[in-house]
Design a protein around this ligand. Structure first.
Ligand code: FES
Length: 234
């Protein structure tokens, strides 16, 4: 896949970032896929402060492409690293939460089953603070299409439903001094090629010719309830 460049360790992925930023550590088998860095900003264009995120609230930004949505969550508790596996059985070590409390995580909002994703008009997938219908626990990401459920506190591993792999993680660095967040890579099973194939016509209407453009420089973070007119709570 020529849109992305593979890197073998966090030291390579982190090389171009601020020396002040705090970096997650990876096991030797991890293979983050590095993209252009994007500072997370609010709707006014100001750098988002990680400590201003409301805990257990759905936020959305787009990364690594203009049309690929990501959930940003402050889970309200420290989130430890964990080891996961993609559908093709490639293992990877997800580095856990970032931020002052190591509670901030980000995952592609494209369901790993059949690619349901949040749009401006409707969202069938979101984080649920309390147990969703059919939920197996509180604090999961639930897709209403066929009820795949993911645990954001464990790298979005699959808890139940037909999804065969975790949501793809989006890696963030946190600048402890400025309290800002920067997206710089993905980790896990990407589904972007399938996503662009499946929704080519819709994305061209909704997003336009920039849909496949890499996000570069910054990405706007919005609460899901403001980004989407109709977040479905199944
Ligand atoms: S698309 Fe999400 S469970 Fe089927």
């Amino acid at each position: 896949m020529d849109r992305r460049s593979f890197i073998g360790s966090c030291t390579v992925g982190a090389a171009g970032l601020s020396a002040a930023a705090s970096f997650p550590s990876f096991a030797a088998n991890a293979k983050p896929r590095e993209y252009a860095k994007a500072l997370l900003v609010n709707e006014r264009g100001d750098a988002l402060k990680a400590s201003e995120l409301k805990a257990q609230t759905n936020y959305v930004f787009h990364y690594p492409f203009e049309a690929t949505p990501v959930f940003l969550l402050d889970l309200g508790k420290a989130v430890a690293p964990t080891t996961l596996s993609t559908q093709d059985r490639s293992s990877y070590s997800w580095p856990g939460g970032v931020g002052r409390n190591r509670s901030v995580v980000a995952f592609s909002a494209i369901c790993a089953h059949q690619l349901v994703y949040p749009t401006r008009d409707v969202s069938f997938i979101s984080f649920r603070r309390t147990r969703a219908q059919r939920g197996v626990q509180d604090g999961l990401i639930h897709c209403c299409a066929e009820h795949s459920q993911y645990d954001p506190a464990r790298g979005a591993e699959v808890l139940s439903g037909p999804a065969k792999q975790p949501l793809c993680a989006v890696l963030l660095t946190h600048d402890p001094k400025a309290d800002t967040l920067t997206a710089y890579a993905t980790l896990g099973g990407e589904l972007f090629d399938e996503f662009f194939r499946k929704y080519e016509m819709k994305l061209s209407l909704d997003v336009g010719p920039k849909a496949k453009n890499a996000v570069n420089g910054q990405s706007i973070v919005r609460e899901l309830d403001k980004f989407c007119k109709n977040p479905i709570q199944c």
